[in-house]
Design a protein around this ligand. Structure first.
Ligand code: DX5
Ligand code: ZN
Length: 218
């Protein structure tokens, strides 16, 4: 399966989200990564329902919504209603993770689980076969433009092995510090989805940046 590039809206110009979403719409990237932060789980606040709802009509690309919020359960259906296709919650934020995953599926979305850099991939073992996506944080969540944590390569290798032993087909998504400098190696080691914020929207030409991450030309 070819890897998926998911430009992250967090690094776009918030005064012109229309252009940012249209740019992704016209690009080869199949997903748009959308970071929701609550100022509690992470030390930052981004945006929520009204923004997602406003950009939903602009594209048919997959809305890959990454919740960096505590207590996500009451918000599962509302995120579906504004157009999320994938809903990813943090393992560290869910007391009853399996129940949360079931609720995401019942709402008709793909279920993802994200883990922070300090969380062992083995903590996912008993839920891996039930989920569609693992989001490995390769920076500490909360901000775009941070430096990639090299230990992530080790975590991908262990997750690929764990996926095999658990019979899971969850996609492995890498989130944070992804650029041309590491994209090729990430995919070679086993990444299925590359989230890219700063390396796309901070580039001189975001279209060229998406094309480069898509073809791993860098
Ligand atoms: C960070 C977010 C990321 C962020 C990545 O907490 O989860 O999705 O947008 O940004 P870059 O690619 O700039 O590290
Ligand atoms: Zn994210």
């Amino acid at each position: 399966m070819p890897h998926i590039v998911a430009p992250s809206l967090l690094s776009a110009d918030f005064a012109d989200l229309n252009s940012a979403v249209r740019l992704v719409d016209e690009s080869p990237a199949p997903w748009l990564h959308i970071d929701v932060m609550d100022g509690v789980f992470v030390p930052n606040i981004s945006f929520g329902f009204p923004v997602i709802k406003a950009i939903r009509p602009l594209t048919k690309k997959v809305f890959d919504v990454h919740l960096m919020i505590v207590r996500p359960d009451p918000y599962i259906n509302p995120f579906r209603d504004v157009g999320a296709d994938n809903l990813t919650v943090h393992l560290e934020a869910c007391t009853h993770l399996h129940r949360t995953v079931q609720a995401i599926h019942s709402a008709g979305m793909k279920a993802g689980v994200a883990i922070n850099p300090h969380t062992r991939v083995e903590a996912l073992e008993d839920v891996l076969a039930d989920i569609d996506l693992v989001c490995l944080m390769s920076v500490n969540p909360g901000f775009g433009g941070q430096r990639f944590i090299e230990h992530t390569f080790n975590k991908i290798e262990r997750l690929v092995a764990l996926r095999k032993t658990t019979g899971s087909s969850a996609l492995i998504e890498i989130d944070g510090g992804v650029s041309d400098a590491n994209a090729k190696t990430l995919v070679a080691v086993g990444a299925d989805v590359l989230v890219a914020g700063n390396s796309v929207f901070g580039a001189k030409d975001p279209k060229v940046a998406i094309a480069s991450l898509s073809t791993l030309a860098g």
